[in-house]
Design a protein around this ligand. Structure first.
Ligand SMILES: Cc1ncc(COP(=O)(O)O)c(C=O)c1O
Length: 472
């Protein structure tokens, strides 16, 4: 492809992109394909000869599009959103065009310095104290692994980086039993061992019980374990429960345990000053992550990671081979030392575009609207005698189940709701997902798509009611 063809195809593609965004609601939100349906349409071997871009793009429309789940659709109320916006997409287009690999200051000074500036903006927009430093990671999973490695080195005085785990290094990590699965994965990768992860009991609202945390830490200390890290969640994946940070941070302070906060989804709500109660105690936190790529209109991937002790972070990861040394090293940030991978995408650009094009006010307005839509829908569900709310709704995620009055057996209700989920999702008109809360099959409806409106919530609810009526 030459530049002339590129220009022609790119214009055509941008038209396609704008049409897609305009018409995304018309697609079945969850595709009607079976496992293997797409794979069998793709030749077993790559082509020896060049193919025209027209042919490639035609196949994209014919083969790929029918197999896509439309995360962009306002009918997508599953998992947590990975929402996006026009300025973010434009930022990604420029990032791809520049193709910069932003591992060091010298490999793209503007990328490094924009990241520093934008992370400062973002931190102050969500109430992170000024003495924290921020860096963009790919995902919250990686950011939490980074935090665990910092905690490990903090506890071992950098001994594990040097000597590896010895038989006496019996470190423990704490989180609630409602914590995201990435924490367990990260604990395995960081070498702590799954049996040293203490899952602390939660209260009636699915938030970590600080009394149980303290008890577990004490018990471990008595037995000779070394508590290395506590992970508090602001907005659990199951029900957006909010662990009580003030009390947890006091405990961590008392026992000198590293405290990481996982606010992967709910962090965006901190744009609203009235939601800052969720991070009371932040000044005692060691690290904090939230994903603009979930709810803050910024394309996946973009995970904002903040640490209080920049030197600890850099000392945990820094390695400077001769071929990466530059004369500026003493005066600049080399973000390759702020995390796991060497190579880094230019992610700050899309975030800069989003923040400037929405403005803080615009971002707040949209997030507030999502929360209001969800709160109104929560009331609708609460007032419907055929349905039952299963968890508090502090934000925009509603946990509920279909519960006809004549059924009180939990197993039967679990089965009924599992069927309801299947019926709703196979309609192509709505995509919601489930979890289990206290072993109860729970439907989750998340109202956080960039363009979701009242009518989408109403249509979703009508569909759920219709499909539930068909089951009895
Ligand atoms: C609370 C929480 N933490 C971590 C994650 C993992 O996020 P990522 O995909 O960015 O690793 C999720 C994903 O939904 C989450 O809800």
């Amino acid at each position: 492809m030459n530049s002339e063809q590129f220009r022609k195809e790119a214009h055509r593609m941008v038209d396609w992109m704008a049409d897609y965004m305009d018409n995304v609601e018309d697609y079945p939100v969850k595709p009607k394909v079976k496992p293997g349906d797409i794979l069998k349409q793709i030749p077993k071997r790559a082509p020896e000869q060049a193919e025209s871009f027209e042919a490639i793009f035609d196949d994209f429309k014919k083969i790929i599009m029918p197999g896509m789940t439309h995360w962009e659709s306002p009918k997508f109320m599953a998992y947590f959103p990975a929402n996006k916006s026009y300025p973010s997409i434009l930022g990604e287009m420029l990032t791809a065009t520049l193709g910069a690999q932003c591992m060091s200051w010298v490999t793209s000074p503007a990328a490094t310095e924009l990241e520093e500036a934008v992370m400062r903006w973002l931190g102050s927009m969500i109430g992170i104290p000024d003495n924290f430093s921020g860096v963009i990671q790919d995902t919250a999973s990686t950011a939490t692994l980074t935090a665990l490695l910092m905690a490990r080195e903090n506890t071992s005085n950098f001994g594990i980086n040097e000597h590896g785990f010895s038989s006496g290094s019996n470190y423990t990590v704490y989180c609630s039993s409602e914590t995201h699965s990435s924490i367990e994965k990260d604990v395995k990768i960081a070498g702590f061992g799954r049996e040293n992860l203490r899952k602390i009991a939660y209260d009636d609202e699915f938030a970590m019980r600080p009394d149980r945390l303290e008890k577990a830490i004490r018990k471990d200390l008595e037995k000779g374990f070394k508590p290395a890290c506590v992970i508090a969640t602001i907005g659990t994946t199951g029900s957006t429960a909010i662990d009580p940070l003030r009390e947890i941070s006091d405990i961590c302070n008392r026992y000198e345990v590293f405290l990481h906060v996982d606010a992967a989804f709910a962090g965006t709500a901190l744009l609203l000053p009235e939601m800052r109660w969720m991070i009371e105690g932040i000044e005692q936190v060691d690290s904090f992550v939230f994903n603009p790529h979930k709810w803050m209109f910024t394309n996946f991937d973009c995970s904002a990671f903040y640490v209080q002790d920049e030197a600890l972070l850099v000392k945990t990861f820094e390695i400077t081979p001769e071929y990466l040394k530059t004369p500026e090293d003493e005066r600049v940030k080399n973000y390759r030392d702020w995390g796991i991978p060497l190579g880094r995408r230019f992610r700050a650009l899309k975030l800069w575009f989003v923040i400037r094009n929405f403005g803080i006010e615009g971002l707040r307005e949209r997030v507030k609207k999502h929360i209001e839509l969800a709160q109104a829908q929560k009331e609708t569900i609460e007032n419907d005698p055929g349905f039952e709310l299963l968890a508090p709704v502090p934000l925009n995620t509603i946990c509920f189940r279909f519960h006809p009055s004549y059924i009180d057996d939990d197993n039967k209700l679990n089965e009924l709701n599992s069927k309801l989920l299947e019926k709703v999702n196979e309609s192509g008109e709505l995509f919601i997902t489930h979890t289990k809360l206290n072993d109860v099959f729970t439907l989750r409806m998340v109202i956080g798509n960039t363009n979701v409106e009242q009518r989408h919530v109403d249509e979703a609810w009508e569909l759920i009611q219709k499909k539930s009526a068909e089951l009895i």
